[in-house]
Design a binder for this molecule. Structure first.
Ligand code: KIV
Length: 258
């Protein structure tokens, strides 16, 4: 297996080969899923819930993400690494640049992810100018969510659909290199994937995106806080972890968006 680069990820989009992404937070799991052939590993701020045991992601800090990015980076060989920027670490373009540089230069991340709205366009522009690749995250933004009851499908009305589509276009224009869409209408997710030239990775947004992402502990049904509805909960044994990860990668690769 060879190193996954942004160029390879873009060529997967062109060839309609699904881009398979999972989260990881430590060296052992990073090595495990990298050996299974995962394309992208996200050091997600979901670690606040699945690793630290909080009710949401709001307590995760810059130093938590730096620490976990370092661990994942040591275990990983080939996958493309994205570090999540925690809440309140990218409130201004200048603050975002300082923190993103630390993740890329000191910890081994290849890209940073921001939960994005139109107020972050200047930040995306600045990071892009400074050669820091940005992944934007739209739809449900867990850093804005207080309780699980707020996890409702986004983009169901014409107005919200147009807003999300417009947001996605502006994000691409600002220079983002990847887009994650969380919990949005599946037809809208497919439209965004077709319209944008950057790869669009979905979670709870239907099968027809350029790729799929899942929280690893959800995929393995070992998330202490409960596994989301859209995740396969069929019984499997710990010895079948390899099979389950391989099957997620295979299903994602086969579900090209056209
Ligand atoms: O923090 C995270 O793990 C995420 C994914 C669910 C997309 O943002």
């Amino acid at each position: 297996m060879s190193k996954i680069t942004l160029k390879k990820i873009y060529s997967m989009k062109k060839k309609h080969i699904g881009i398979a992404c999972l989260t990881a937070y430590d060296a052992s799991f990073a090595k495990y899923i990298d050996d299974c052939g995962i394309d992208i590993i996200l050091i997600g701020d979901s670690l606040g819930v699945v690793v630290q045991g909080h009710v949401n992601t709001h307590d995760v800090t810059q130093s938590d993400i730096e620490y976990h990015t370092g661990l994942v980076s040591r275990g990983n060989k080939n996958a493309y690494l994205i570090s999540d920027m925690p809440i309140n670490t990218y409130n201004t373009p200048k603050q975002a640049l300082k923190n993103a540089k630390r993740l890329i230069r000191n910890c081994g991340a290849h890209m940073v992810k921001l939960e994005t709205d139109v107020t972050h366009l200047k930040t995306i522009e600045l990071l892009t100018q400074e050669k820091i690749p940005v992944c934007a995250h739209i739809g449900i933004k867990p850093q804005r969510i207080i309780s699980n009851s707020e996890y409702r499908k986004q983009g169901k009305t014409i107005e919200t659909k147009n807003n999300i589509l417009n947001e996605a276009n502006l994000i691409e224009k600002a220079g983002a290199k990847l887009l994650i869409v969380e919990c949005i209408d599946k037809t809208l997710a497919n439209t965004i994937s077709k319209k944008l030239s950057i790869p669009v990775i979905g979670i709870a947004s239907g099968k027809k995106c350029d790729g799929q992402i899942l929280v690893l502990y959800d995929l393995l049904n070992i998330s202490f806080s409960g596994v989301p509805k859209f995740v396969d909960k069929s019984f499997f044994q710990i010895k079948d972890i390899h099979k389950r990860i391989k099957s997620f990668i295979k299903k994602t690769k086969n579900n090209s968006r056209v």
